[in-house]
Design a binder for this molecule. Structure first.
Ligand code: ADP
Ligand code: MG
Length: 698
């Protein structure tokens, strides 16, 4: 008999069998350092290997587990070498496609063998196909038993296999069950009873290892009571941390800036346009915030093109006139540079120092910028997150502006404030986003912020004309591209997210760019996707801006703020697969100049009813808020749309859309806990957000 040493959940993962230094490092990368972290590293989806789907019954877009006999395996040469393997099960055939493969792998897929595989079915050039499926060649007849339970899938990192993670989780669950007092129940009993929620330990067991009789569909949809129990606790922790953050900040002191009497009137006078009413309103609110000794924490939501940058400039001027420094942070180098150019143009004539700081700068220039920030002089510093690296010290930071907030999390926001802290004074903070967030969600996800909406576009904005077209009319669209480019205009071609895998999205973009370049020989075609290095991406965007590229094939990396007014046509391929808000964001890239612009939403036939309705909303509306609300309304259960596009913080189990019904109750519970169980509050926050708080470096 072997005697297992009893571990505690607080022990480092290295006490588990099979965990050496290398594995420990990998686990650390995904936030796992002690055994308990494994328990809270929850499956983000499940694979159903409890049943096989007949190939003849497959539908594209679905994830399926299939089995068939290999009929043919061949390497196809051409622009992109790929290994194709055709399999059949008597009900139909499907092709497995590999872009990356070894000789051994090719040899292993011999004709006549039976293979079982799992993956997302997509439409290939000639038949249905699965790209890079997970697969296993069956060795003999006995090898074909199906699994009895759903297989959990954990988020992972390079070189860390799912099987490994599952083994480790098994050990963590054993540790938990050996001594259940190891993990404290933090939800007060009255709440558990009232909500009819399972205990924490039962929920964790269930979610990590669903029993054979589990309700498969409810688990896959994330609506199982065990998942809801965990989501409840996570949302509660999130809510508590926001409320605490808000309370802390509301108590702190910030410098109060007098209303501007010089710079702002001069600036407004010099602008080539008049402010819209919405801009003026937003600025007035901000001006009065900045005039107080309590830190401003304000989120400005305004549709793409509503002129948020001008509002940011107004806020900056008030801080500058009061003798303070301003930091303006953008999510990418390119956007930072765009802002820098604008601010130079606007503020230099007023005698204001504007500096630029990104990771790309030469050391000597960087040092120079850093030393300028250390002088106690008013200056506007524009840059990427490099603005807040350790070597940068603002001597008198009064205002932080964050553009396109959805790339930054709540806790990064907090970290920024701390960096800007001087003698227990905090800078004011202004956050700008073009992503419309439905009200129900702002109440919770942004509970720490005040809100202002810019609900008006500058006059004479040319509306983008949107059409919805089947991909069977691709040729017409190609003609249109030729025509537009011949007129000296530029075009975006956006490739869709075929599935969650970014790799596949990039493959699609690469293929599309190649095909288009083949057909459109006289047009300069460029390609940009998420797997390119940051500097490669920037170079391509710069070429597009400089009109050295006429047709830019892109994945969704172009989503945020880049301004190329000469681009007047955008084709969005497989538009039915995008979230509406995301489509709206993408479409906002065109219609920025004087010329009439067109957006073509291209879909794959046949188009379902829901998808039809959604595209129709896009065709008929250009109101970001309306679109966001409709998106939420139409999003039926099981409709897979990331919460990320709505700007939500990453969560472990909860999904703000799916679990929205829990929110009102959670808000009440949060208040009860703060009032009656303050001891539990810290523990809950630590349990769910501990890591992200510790590592909240920007
Ligand atoms: P966003 O809100 O998407 O960040 P920008 O601030 O980039 O929008 O503004 C988009 C364009 O509209 C810019 O070229 C800007 O100069 C222009 N603009 C801003 N405000 C006005 C206004 N009141 N009237 C006319 N044009 C404006
Ligand atoms: Mg902007």
């Amino acid at each position: 008999m072997t005697i297992h040493k009893q571990h505690s959940l607080a022990d480092p993962v290295t006490v588990l069998s099979g965990v050496g230094v290398r594995l420990q490092e990998k686990l650390e990368r995904i936030g796992i350092s002690v055994i308990q972290d494994l328990l809270f590293h929850l499956p983000h989806r499940y694979i159903d290997r409890t049943r096989l789907t007949p190939i003849g019954a497959l539908r594209f877009g679905h994830n399926a587990y299939i089995q068939g006999e290999i009929e043919l395996t061949q390497v196809r040469y051409g622009k992109r070498r790929s290994l194709l393997c055709r399999i059949s099960d008597g009900t139909g055939t499907i092709v497995l496609r590999f872009f990356y493969f070894s000789k051994a792998q090719e040899k292993g897929l011999q004709r006549g063998l039976t293979i079982r595989c799992y993956g997302q079915v997509r439409r290939g050039p000639n038949s249905l196909e699965i790209i890079h499926p997970e697969y296993r060649v069956l060795s003999d007849a006995q090898d074909n038993e199906l699994e009895e339970q759903l297989t959990p899938v954990y988020s992972s990192t390079e070189g860390l296999q799912q099987a490994r993670l599952r083994k480790l989780t098994d050990q963590a669950l054993t540790t938990l069950n050996n001594d259940k007092t190891n993990l404290t129940e933090l939800l007060p009993e009255e709440i558990l009873a009232k909500q009819n929620l399972p205990t924490l330990i039962d929920a964790l067991d269930y979610v990590h290892r669903p029993p054979p009789d589990a309700d498969v569909q409810s688990l896959i949809d994330g609506r199982h009571p065990a998942q809801q129990r965990l989501a409840y606790e996570e949302l509660l922790a999130q809510q508590l941390s926001l409320l605490e953050l808000r309370n802390e900040l509301r108590a702190e002191h910030s410098p109060a800036f007098e209303l501007s009497t010089q710079l702002i009137p001069d600036y407004v006078q010099a602008l080539p346009f008049t402010l819209t009413n919405a801009q003026t309103r937003a600025y007035k609110t901000i001006a009065s915030d900045l005039n107080k000794t309590v830190a401003m924490l304000r989120l400005i939501q305004g549709d793409v093109g509503s002129g948020k940058t001008v509002v940011a400039a107004l806020a900056a001027l008030q801080a500058i006139e009061a003798g303070y420094q301003v930091a303006i942070m953008a999510p990418t180098e390119l956007l930072a540079e765009q802002h820098y150019n604008n601010f130079l143009l606007w503020l230099e004539p007023l005698g204001i120092d504007v500096v630029f700081l990104t990771g790309k700068l030469k050391k000597s220039i960087r040092n120079d910028v850093e030393s300028r920030l250390q002088e106690k002089k008013p200056v506007v510093a524009i840059g990427t997150h490099a603005l807040f690296q350790d070597s940068v010290n603002f001597s008198k930071l009064g205002l932080i502006v964050i553009d396109e907030q959805h790339r930054f999390g709540v806790h990064q926001r907090l970290a920024l404030l701390e960096k800007g802290q001087q003698h227990d004074k905090y800078p004011h903070q202004l956050i700008m986003t073009a992503t419309p967030i439905p009200r129900t969600l702002t109440m919770t996800a942004y509970a720490d912020l005040d809100h202002t909406i810019i609900d008006e576009l500058p006059p004479n904005r040319k509306a983008v004309n949107t059409s919805v077209i089947s991909n069977e009319r691709r040729e017409d669209i190609i003609k249109r591209i030729k025509h537009i480019c011949a007129e000296g205009r530029q075009v975006y071609w956006v490739c869709t997210l075929i599935e969650e895998s970014e790799t596949l999205q990039c493959e699609t973009a690469i293929e599309t760019a190649e095909k288009l370049a083949e057909i459109l020989t006289s047009i300069r075609v460029g390609l940009i996707h998420g797997r390119m290095k940051a500097n490669e991406k920037e170079a391509i965007m710069q070429d597009f801006k400089d009109d050295k590229i006429s047709l830019l094939v892109a994945t969704t990396v172009i989503e945020v703020g880049v301004d190329v007014p000469n681009a007047s046509l955008m084709i969005i391929d497989n538009a039915e697969r995008f979230g509406l808000s995301q489509l709206h964001q993408l479409r906002g890239r065109i219609g920025r100049g004087e010329i009439k612009s067109d957006c073509v939403l291209m879909y794959q036939t046949p188009l379902g009813d829901l998808a039809k309705q959604r595209l129709e909303i896009m065709r008929t509306s250009s109101d970001g808020f309306l679109i966001a609300e409709k998106d939420l309304e139409l999003r039926g259960p099981g409709e897979v749309l990331g919460t990320r596009q709505a700007g939500m913080p990453e969560m472990r189990v909860a999904d703000l859309m799916r679990d929205a019904h829990l929110l009102p109750e959670i808000q009440n519970t949060a208040k009860t806990l703060l009032a009656q169980h303050p001891d539990k509050v810290k523990l809950l926050i630590h349990r769910w957000l501990g890591k992200s708080l510790e590592y909240s470096n920007v």
